[in-house]
Design a protein around this ligand. Structure first.
Ligand SMILES: [Fe+2]
Ligand SMILES: [Fe+2]
Length: 203
């Protein structure tokens, strides 16, 4: 199990209630702000699920677990990726925290016993998106951006939220374009480049 690789991670017996278990593991590992963020993302993802006919429970679980690997140190994420022979892109090598989306998927599967592929794949690309994303992947991507983990309201909030009235694709494109136009991408991840290129083309 992934957490066994890191001797500083504390775990407790799972209760079976995912909200309780996510809260417990984040709090005992000193990640209170992550707990607040994932709760907000889960709520936002459920709201989006209602508009787009997605399964509410899946969207809640994806939101709760998307950043669960925040209890692993970024340097250890890179080490874990090397040891487990991940194919790593330049952006992940430069900014190992980008690996947290892939590690959160592993935590969800190995620690929380999630096997639903729609949930797991949404977690796995929630930061970068990917080519031909599913509705669950786009929904979590947007929920994570609208309920971001920083102070205040995101500068792109109004336009991305308005684009959500059109389609999930429109909202994803609007957010990605905002980031590109405002030079807010430090080093684009391969998945990001492919997703943005494809969304741009299909508009
Ligand atoms: Fe994240
Ligand atoms: Fe997040």
């Amino acid at each position: 199990m992934i957490f066994d690789h890191f001797n500083y991670i504390k775990t407790e017996t799972l209760s079976g209630d995912i909200r309780t278990d996510v809260k417990n593991i984040l709090l005992i590992n000193g990640k209170y702000s992550t707990y607040i963020h994932v709760s907000n993302v889960a709520d936002r993802n459920v709201l989006i699920s209602k508009t787009y006919g997605l399964n509410h429970d899946k969207c809640a679980i994806a939101g709760l677990l998307h950043d669960i690997s925040a209890i692993i140190k970024p340097a250890d994420m890179l080490e874990y990726a090397y040891v487990n022979s991940f194919a790593i892109c330049e952006a992940e090598r430069k900014y190992p925290f980008l690996l947290h989306q892939r590690l959160s998927k592993i935590c969800a599967a190995e620690y929380f016993n999630i096997s639903d592929e729609e949930i797991l794949s949404a977690i796995e690309c929630h930061t970068t998106l990917k080519q031909r994303p599913s509705k669950y992947e786009m929904s979590l991507f947007i929920a994570d951006k609208l309920a971001w983990d920083r102070e205040g309201i995101p500068p792109f909030y109004e336009e991305v939220n308005a684009a959500l009235d059109i389609s999930l694709e429109a909202a994803c494109y609007k957010y990605m374009k905002y980031m590109v136009d405002n030079d807010m991408i430090l080093c684009p991840h391969d998945n990001w480049i492919e997703a943005y290129g494809q969304l741009k083309e299909t508009r």
